[in-house]
Design a protein around this ligand. Structure first.
Ligand code: FES
Length: 135
C-alpha cells in the first residue's frame, strides 16, 4: 500500500493531535512513583486497622522514609496507602490517591510534602492541598 505525502501528513497529524488530546483530557501528565512498595508480608489489614512490621520495612527505619502499601478491600478492589516516617516515633498513613484525579503520591522528604506523581498538586502532612488543581 502506498499513500501520498499529503495523506501521510494528514494521518501523522491526526495521530499527534489524538495523543495531545489524551494528555490534555486527563489534565495531568503521566508520572511514576518514587516511593518503594513495602515488602509482601510486612503489613496486613485487621478489621479497620493496618498493621505494619517496622522491623521488616527498611525504608521506615529512618525519619523521612516512606513506603507504599497495596491492600485488598475485601471486595476485589485495592486500597492504596502511603506510610511516612514523619518524625521521631511518628508515622503517618495517607490514602495514596491525589484528590484531583486519583493518581498516586510521592513523598518529598526535604519539604515534608506529598506530591501527586503528575507533579501538579501538593499536600501538607495534615492533608491540606497547598498547590495545584486538587481539592
Ligand atoms: S491527579 Fe491531577 S494533580 Fe493529581
Amino acid at each position: 500500500m502506498t499513500i501520498s505525502r499529503r495523506e501521510f501528513v494528514k494521518l501523522t497529524g491526526a495521530t499527534v493531535l489524538c495523543a495531545c488530546a489524551c494528555v490534555g483530557f486527563s489534565g495531568c501528565s503521566i508520572g511514576v512513583s518514587n516511593v518503594p512498595l513495602a515488602p509482601k508480608g510486612s503489613y496486613r489489614r485487621e478489621a479497620n486497622r493496618i498493621i505494619v512490621s517496622l522491623t521488616a520495612v527498611e525504608e521506615l527505619h529512618v525519619v523521612g522514609g516512606a513506603v507504599r502499601l497495596a491492600l485488598g478491600d475485601g471486595h476485589g478492589s485495592e486500597v492504596k496507602v502511603l506510610v511516612v516516617h514523619s518524625g521521631e516515633n511518628e508515622y503517618l498513613a495517607f490514602s495514596n490517591r491525589c484528590t484531583h484525579r486519583g493518581k498516586e503520591l510521592n513523598y518529598l522528604k526535604e519539604r515534608r510534602k506529598l506530591e501527586c506523581i503528575s507533579g501538579k498538586s501538593q499536600f501538607d502532612l495534615e492533608g491540606n492541598m497547598v498547590l495545584g488543581p486538587a481539592n
